[in-house]
Design a protein around this ligand. Structure first.
Ligand code: DAH
Length: 341
């Protein structure tokens, strides 16, 4: 009678466990069999009323049954755990063969690249980089640079004035003044930066543009040093065949002043569209620093002399890359910008 009941309980237990799919199912089955009110627990409890012989026999069977059920529970728990793990792996699997989404890589702007190249060349000759603000004083931008009070560039039509004595610098030359006031000779700096003039934009003009300024002050500096330094620059920038020539010019802050031309890198000097038939391309302004400028910086002009130069970055980038409209630099058309990566 008890044996049959035990067999029935075991059948039931197997049945429940067979159907268990989750940890909750298993726990429910365990409670139904081994819990306080479980079927097997019930039998064990009721055994107290049996004769000792029968109790002993049944006790043994019931204990075996209990061990059986526990083993079954454990096996099922294992199975469920493995199934869960497999399902999790499947859900989290990544297809390593799936083509990725290529990130869009940015690149440096052609003006930045040109400034970096110019800077590298001068840094390799021992120049360091000096910086000055885009909002300048009228004094640093004009007066300290020996510009006559009636110089046309001071005119409201050329300069963005902010107030009576401040403006957006029209050139990087005021960095010369700042450097001379900050440092004692020997001085050997270049200064790349943004400049502003009230020009109406067209193919060759932009109200915002870039220059690289240069300044060298030391004992015994001559025009030969100026020409040698800038000739090295031209050959590194435009190719070893590049030749330079210096034409007299006027700048208020240098005396004598010159403009440097480079033999046309396109035709080698024979004359072509790039050099407009002349064989030469104007590249920068330069000269020996005017004593009035050195004096503003507190330099002893009996002991020290210096040279300076300034070049337009856009112009150099346009020449080298055959770009015919300066406005292309500022329109941020990716088709243009991406060509210079
Ligand atoms: N500041 C001049 C300009 O904007 C360029 C220049 C010419 C700079 C001669 C110099 C220099 O330092 O010596 O046109």
């Amino acid at each position: 009678m008890y044996k049959e009941e035990l067999a029935k309980i075991m059948d039931e237990a197997r049945q429940w466990l067979r159907n268990a799919r989750t940890r909750v199912d298993i726990e429910e089955a365990r409670i139904k069999v081994l819990g306080k009110k479980g079927s097997l627990t019930g039998i064990l409890r009721s055994m107290g009323s049996l004769a000792p012989e029968a109790r002993k026999e049944l006790g043994k069977l019931a204990n075996e049954a209990r061990a059986d059920v526990e083993a079954l529970l454990e096996a099922k728990a294992d199975e469920v755990k493995r199934a869960e793990r497999a399902a999790q792996f499947k859900a989290e699997a990544i297809d390593v063969t799936e083509p990725g989404v290529a990130p869009r890589l940015g690149g440096k702007h052609p003006i930045t690249l040109t400034i970096e190249e110019i800077s590298r060349i001068f840094m390799s000759m021992g120049f360091s980089i000096a910086e000055g603000p885009e909002v300048e004083t009228v004094f640093n931008n004009f007066d300290a640079l020996n510009a006559a009070p009636n110089h046309p560039s001071r005119d409201l039509t050329d300069t963005f004035y902010i107030s009576g004595d401040t403006l957006l610098r029209t050139q990087t030359s005021p960095v010369q003044v700042r450097t001379l006031q900050r440092q004692k000779p020997p001085i050997k700096v270049i200064s790349p930066g943004r400049c502003f003039r009230t020009d109406t934009p067209d193919a060759t003009h932009s109200p915002m543009f870039h220059q690289v300024e240069g300044l060298l002050v030391d004992e015994g500096v001559t025009m030969a040093d100026l020409k040698g330094t800038l000739d090295v620059f031209a050959k590194r920038m435009f190719g070893p065949e590049a030749r330079t020539k210096f034409r007299p010019h006027f700048f208020p802050f240098t005396e004598p002043s010159a403009e440097m031309d480079v033999s046309c890198f396109k035709c080698g000097g024979k004359g072509c569209r790039v050099c407009k038939g002349s064989g030469w391309i104007e590249v920068l302004g330069c000269g020996m620093v005017h004593p009035n400028v050195l004096k503003v910086g507190g330099v002893d002009t009996e002991r020290h002399t210096g040279f300076a130069f300034g070049m337009g970055v856009e112009r150099i980038a346009m020449l080298r890359h055959g770009i015919d409209d300066i406005r292309l630099f500022y329109e941020n058309d990716m088709r243009f910008i991406e060509q210079f990566k």
